[in-house]
Design a protein around this ligand. Structure first.
Ligand code: DX5
Ligand code: ZN
Length: 218
């Protein structure tokens, strides 16, 4: 799988989301949108109405990361609205198979996210239902946190499990991904890289995406 970069608008200017998205258009593969509900994580960002509006004004495919308590209720709405990828959390979903199937049925890619302390082996049987595994490399909730090296063995393990089953599941990493850490993630087997501060914290976000891609490609 080719390297893909998904800049997180969590680190962008929320008053100018469409303009911020345009700064990486044509360079980024995805636009990562962090939906937080102040229950699953101790932070509140935006919800379906804002994502619907954003989808109408951006050209880059949108990758929605739902850090919310009740993804089984909300996930399909993001797919219906036009998000090309919708990710739910293992720790929050009560009916992950039903929800992942509903996302796919709407024509979006179904993502399944694991917090740093959640083991991947427990979800081996679920892999055929999943298009992308998101391995959090920080505790979810905030941008700009330091990368957790302790997750690297889990990235390797996830890659092994995906290969063992002959699946094409993408492995996304999210949290603290930057020039200093992206090579380690790629070497461990990740192929989709979310970056907030390392893109929108820079003067030239497009150039930052190009640099991250070059490092991940090795
Ligand atoms: C954190 C979010 C991330 C966040 C990453 O809970 O899921 O997508 O934007 O930000 P950085 O890349 O700054 O760690
Ligand atoms: Zn995220």
């Amino acid at each position: 799988m080719a390297v893909q970069i998904s800049p997180s608008i969590l680190s962008a200017d929320f008053a100018r989301l469409a303009d911020e998205a345009a700064r990486v258009a044509g360079v980024a593969d995805w636009l990562h949108v962090d939906v937080m509900d102040n229950h699953f994580v101790p932070n509140l960002t935006l919800g379906l109405p804002v994502v619907e509006a954003l989808l109408k004004s951006v050209s880059t495919p949108v990758d929605c990361h739902l850090m919310i308590e009740d993804p089984d209720r909300w996930a399909v709405g993001y797919a219906e609205a036009g998000a090309k990828s919708v990710t739910i959390h293992a720790e929050a979903a009560k009916a992950p198979v039903r929800t992942l199937r509903a996302i796919r049925k709407e024509g979006a890619r179904a993502g399944f996210a694991l917090n740093p302390a959640t083991a991947v082996d427990a979800y081996e049987d679920l892999l055929p239902e999943v298009d992308m595994l998101l391995l959090m490399t920080v505790e979810p909730g905030f941008g700009g946190q330091p990368f957790l090296d302790g997750v690297l063995p889990k990235i390797r393990r996830a890659r092994q499990l995906v290969s063992k089953h002959g699946l094409e599941v993408w492995i996304q990493v999210d949290g603290g991904v930057a020039d200093e850490t992206i090579e380690r993630c790629a070497e461990a087997g990740a192929d989709v890289f979310v970056a907030g501060n390392a893109v929108y914290g820079r003067d030239d976000p497009a150039e930052a995406v190009r640099a991250l891609r070059a490092l991940a490609e090795g």
